[in-house]
Design a protein around this ligand. Structure first.
Ligand code: FES
Length: 119
């Protein structure tokens, strides 16, 4: 059994990313939720790929989180309590959620909150 055509049609969207420059990103709305689309530079890709896994709670390689390393596409919701983080902010120059101080890198890996919790 598979999803019907109308359900599958709602699961997809098309976005014009032709004007997104290297090192920049856009936020779109998909099914009522924000989606961050970031065009990463080669330097950013290499930096994210070099992060030692033992520093991450979720030990997933950057290359396993993307289809094309140049394009990071993630649901733009804070993994702590569901707010929408601010782009191009925080200690890792990715996203910052001011609610409780969550910092995200350019692989959208959640690093910390104010109280030290990582979700
Ligand atoms: S909801 Fe984002 S840090 Fe708490």
């Amino acid at each position: 059994m598979s999803a019907s055509d109308d359900v599958l049609a709602m699961a997809n969207t098309e976005v014009d990313i032709s004007n997104v420059k290297m090192g920049q990103g856009i936020t779109i709305k998909w099914r009522g939720k924000p989606v961050f689309i970031r065009r990463r530079t080669q330097e950013e890709i290499e930096k994210e790929g070099a992060v030692p896994m033992n520093l991450l709670r979720d030990e997933e390689e950057d290359i396993d989180r993307v289809i094309n390393p140049e394009w990071l596409v993630v649901l733009g919701i804070c993994t702590h309590l569901g707010c929408v983080p601010i782009s191009n902010a925080g200690e890792y120059s990715g996203w910052f959620c001011p609610c409780h101080g969550s910092h995200y890198d350019l692989r959208y890996h959640h690093h910390m909150t104010c109280c030290g919790a990582v979700s």
